[in-house]
Design a protein around this ligand. Structure first.
Ligand SMILES: C[S@@+](CC[C@H](N)C(=O)[O-])C[C@H]1O[C@@H](n2cnc3c(N)ncnc32)[C@H](O)[C@@H]1O
Length: 384
């Protein structure tokens, strides 16, 4: 316990630690401290300024208080700590003294992982989020579920302007590889309760027990029009129109199966956030790219980027306008690419886009399965 604990747990606006002690061998000239928010928790970033660079350290409030205390007992002689209650001037010459002065700073909005308004707000107990264990009954997002909460909000943000609105009937949406169906429930809830759009939503997954749980939850919540089925994406047949296909982290080539189904049905909107991608890792081969491909980690990332670029280009070649966007910050999940494809009116095939695709895939020496799935199993001609 130090004299700075109360300040840091109560909320420090910023702090500067300076005045290198005579004889100190430290190269750090000063240390600046600022708060930021991560997963709903306030942390403090310490920036150590050296002659040639800066070093950052992120600490929880108690550790931050201890760090300030040890810096003042070690290499530095003074600090100013700004809180909304007071400006605290600390002087450490033999003894550590604190002087309280009237506050001169107002709390700034926390940056770094700043809270932005979300479609599904925190503090409001949304029934499905409580049932799925993301929120407590009073609407607080559970800390270990924060990434999921952020992901579904971001997904809804990106989907907001793209949901088709068919005339005279509900919009029909399928979530392939829905898992525990956070996204499926969220989309249904968003369309029905916030946008007031009638929708029929299906979640499909291989796991029978998970599907039973989701089906039971949907019935318990009275979510008419939300159904779950167990099965494989590749075997799924639809008799009616499908307006939109969504996926969130459907494993490996399950994403391709979903895209191929959506394209086959002529779905006007496809939104997919791919997951792990193994298929091209083993295929990818390019002599000129050897320096990139010989390192496992670089090979893995390149294979993932090539996979997504091929998916986007194939979608372009069958008449979709495609955007590839950042889904959520890399910091929260490395699976952070969203491919959003909107079918262009009257365009069924774009030869130029397909020619580009072929050159691209051949330059990497790969045969993505999406091509086979989309074009009925035929191997497309490979350029010499
Ligand atoms: C990583 S989980 C993601 C679940 C959910 N979309 C989410 O983001 O929370 C991937 C899910 O895809 C399902 N899956 C994988 N391959 C599938 C296939 N061929 N057909 C149906 N579901 C599949 C798995 O069972 C798993 O539940």
């Amino acid at each position: 316990m130090t004299r700075f604990d109360g300040m840091f747990t109560g909320g420090v606006i910023s702090a500067v630690i300076s005045g290198r002690r005579k004889g100190s061998e430290s190269r750090v000239k000063q240390v600046r401290v600022r708060p930021f928010e991560k997963k709903g928790q306030t942390l403090y970033q310490f920036t150590f300024t050296l002659p040639d660079r800066e070093i950052h350290e992120n600490l929880e409030p108690a550790a931050a208080a201890e760090r300030v205390d040890s810096l003042l007992r070690g290499e530095f002689t003074q600090a100013v700590i700004y809180t909304s209650e007071a400006d605290w001037h600390a002087v450490s010459m033999g003894k550590l003294r604190l002087h309280k002065k009237p506050p001169t700073k107002k709390p700034a909005e926390l940056t770094h992982d700043r809270k932005k308004p979300r479609i599904l707000e925190e503090g409001v107990p949304h029934d499905f989020l409580v049932k799925l264990g993301v929120m407590t009954p009073d609407g607080k997002v559970k800390r270990d579920r924060y990434d999921k909460f952020r992901q579904i909000n971001r997904y809804l943000e990106l989907a907001a302007g793209s949901v088709p609105k068919p005339e005279g009937r509900p919009v029909r949406i399928i979530d392939f590889g829905c898992g525990k169906a956070y996204l499926t429930f969220a989309m249904y809830y968003y369309l029905r309760n916030i946008l007031k759009i009638e929708c029929e939503m299906t979640g499909l997954d291989l796991k029978r027990d998970v599907v039973e749980f989701c089906e039971g939850t949907a019935r318990a919540l009275g979510y008419d029009g939300l159904r779950f089925s167990a099965g494989d994406i590749s075997d799924w047949e639809e008799s009616g129109t499908v307006d939109m296909v969504v996926t969130l982290h459907a494993c490996d080539t399950a994403t391709d199966a979903a895209i191929a189904k959506a394209v086959g049905w002529g779905a006007p909107v496809i939104m997919t956030v791919p997951c792990c991608q193994h298929e091209l890792f083993y295929q990818i081969n390019s002599e000129v790219q050897h320096p990139l491909l010989r390192h496992g980690i670089l090979r893995e990332r390149t294979a993932a980027l090539v996979t997504d670029a091929a998916r986007a280009q194939l979608l372009e070649s069958v008449g979709y306008k495609v955007d590839v966007m950042e889904f959520v910050d890399m910091e929260h999940t490395p699976k952070n690419i969203m491919i959003r494809a909107i079918r262009k009116n009257g365009v069924k095939y774009d030869e130029k886009a397909f020619e580009e695709y072929k050159s691209f895939r051949d330059s990497w020496g790969v045969q993505p399965c999406l091509e086979r799935l989309m074009f009925g199993g035929e191997e497309r001609e490979t350029e010499a």
